[in-house]
Design a protein around this ligand. Structure first.
Ligand SMILES: *Cc1c(COP(=O)(O)O)cnc(C)c1O
Length: 371
C-alpha cells in the first residue's frame, strides 16, 4: 500500500465490541488474565504495552518500512534508549551538526560511559578515519539541525556494514513521508514525533523503528518496557489521529518550504539560505537521491550580526517566535540564543519551521520584517 493509505489504515488495530470506526482510547493500566494465566487481549500492563501504543507502533513501523517500532514519551528518551543499549565503553561517531539535546546527553549523561566523536559526516573519509576498535555505532541526522546539512545514508550504511557498526538515523526533519532511511541501509530510524508526526504542537513523543528484530533491538525494547519512558494512551491517540493527515500536511510543508526558500534566496538582506531543495544547497544531489521532497525546515543567515537576526524574529507577526518545529503554524527562532553560550551555530542564523498558512501571507510577513 502507498503512504497515504498506510497512514489512515495501518493503526486501526483495536475493534471494540461497540463497533467504533475510530479506535477508542484505552486507559486501563491492567488487563484480564484467563484461567491459564495468559492474556487473551494480548496486553498485560500498560507500561509493557497497551492497545493505543501498539497501534501507533504498527503504523510507524509500516510507514518507515521497518519490522518493528518502539514509541517513547519524547524524542530525547527515544534517542537515549539507543545510547543506553550500547555496551559501556562503546565509541559513537556522531554528526558535528547534531540536535543539541542529544549532544548534551552524550556530553553530560554519557560522559565516562560512552566515547563520542562529533565529525562532519558529509565527508565520508572523515567518518572512516574515526573508526576505532571500540566503535559500535554511527549516529546520523539528515537533514540536520540547524544547518540542514544532508548526509548520504546509503554511503554511510556501506561504511557501517563493512565495519559491522550499527547505523542509526535521526530523520525528524524529513518525516517518514519524504525519507525512509531503512530503505537506504540504516538499521534504526529515530523521530521526534513531537514535530511533524504530531504536527499540531500539542504532544511530546519519540519513535524508533528497526529494520530487523535482533539482539540490539531486544535491548531497546527492554529499556522501553522496564525503563518505562512510554507515551500515555492519550498521547498515542493524538499521534494516531495526526498521522492520518501526515502525508497531506507534509505536501503543504514542502510546497511552502520550497517557495519561501526560493523567495529568500533572492532577497538582498539575506546572506545565505540553507534548504536541501535549492540547487545551491551543497548536498542537493544527495537530497534528491534519498528524499522525495524537502520538507518545511529552513535556516537563513541574515546580513549583519545577532542584533539584525533578533530584530527580524521580534518583528514578524504571523510567524510565532518559539522553538520546536513541524506544526501547522509557522515558527521562527534565533537559534544561537536557544542553544546557549557554547553553541557553534552562527549568531546571524534564523531557523524557520514553515507551516501550512498561505504562502503569500508568510512571504508578506517575512518581507515586512526584513525591511
Ligand atoms: C526535537 C528534536 C529531537 C528531540 O525530541 P523531543 O521530542 O523534543 O524530545 C531530536 N531530534 C531532532 C532533529 C529534533 O528536532
Amino acid at each position: 500500500m502507498k503512504t497515504e493509505t498506510i497512514a489512515i489504515h495501518a493503526g486501526n488495530l483495536t475493534h471494540s465490541t461497540t463497533g467504533d470506526v475510530t479506535p477508542p482510547i484505552s486507559l486501563s493500566t491492567t488487563f484480564f488474565r484467563d484461567e491459564n494465566g495468559g492474556y487473551p487481549g494480548g496486553h498485560m500492563y500498560s507500561r509493557v504495552s497497551n492497545p493505543n501504543r501498539s497501534a501507533l507502533e504498527k503504523v510507524m513501523a509500516d510507514l518507515e518500512k521497518g519490522e518493528e517500532c518502539c514509541a517513547f514519551s519524547s524524542g530525547n528518551t527515544a534517542g537515549m534508549s539507543v545510547f543506553q543499549a550500547l555496551p559501556p565503553g562503546s565509541h559513537i561517531i556522531a554528526p558535528d551538526d547534531m540536535y543539541w539535546g542529544f549532544k548534551k546527553q552524550l556530553l553530560s549523561i554519557f560522559t565516562g560511559i560512552l566515547e563520542i566523536d562529533f565529525v562532519d559526516q558529509t565527508q565520508l573519509q572523515t567518518i572512516e578515519n574515526h573508526i576505532k576498535s571500540n566503535t559500535a555505532m554511527i549516529w546520523m541526522e539528515t537533514p540536520s539541525n540547524p544547518l540542514l546539512k544532508v548526509t548520504d545514508i546509503a554511503a554511510i550504511a556501506a561504511i557501517a556494514k563493512k565495519n559491522q557498526l550499527i547505523l542509526a538515523c535521526d530523520s525528524t526533519f524529513a518525516s517518514p513521508c519524504f525519507q525512509n532511511p531503512i530503505l537506504h541501509g540504516a538499521d534504526i530510524v529515530m523521530h521526534s514525533s513531537t514535530k511533524y508526526i504530531g504536527g499540531h504542537s500539542d504532544v511530546l513523543g519519540g519513535i524508533l523503528v528497526t529494520a530487523v528484530k535482533n539482539e540490539f533491538w531486544d535491548k531497546i525494547r527492554n529499556i522501553q518496557q522496564i525503563g518505562g519512558a512510554v507515551p500515555s494512551p492519550f498521547d498515542c491517540y493524538l499521534l494516531l489521529r495526526s498521522i492520518k493527515t501526515l502525508p497531506y500536511r507534509m505536501r503543504g510543508h514542502a510546497e511552502n518550504g520550497m517557495a519561501l526558500a526560493q523567495y529568500l534566496a533572492d532577497h538582498p538582506k539575506i546572506e545565505a539560505v540553507f534548504y536541501p531543495g535549492l540547487p545551491s544547497h551543497p548536498q542537493h544531489e544527495i537530497a534528491k537521491k534519498q528524499m522525495s521532497a524537502f520538507g518545511g525546515m529552513l535556516s537563513i543567515l541574515v546580513k549583519g550580526d545577532a542584533g539584525n537576526a533578533r530584530r527580524v524574529v521580534n518583528t514578524v507577526k504571523l510567524f510565532a517566535q518559539a522553538t520546536s518545529l513541524g506544526g501547522v503554524e509557522s515558527l521562527i527562532e534565533h537559534r544561537a540564543s536557544v542553544e546557549g553560550p557554547d553553541t557553534k551555530t552562527p549568531q546571524n542564523l534564523i531557523r524557520v519551521s514553515v507551516g501550512l498558512e498561505h504562502i503569500d501571507d508568510l512571504i508578506a510577513d517575512l518581507s515586512a520584517a526584513l525591511g
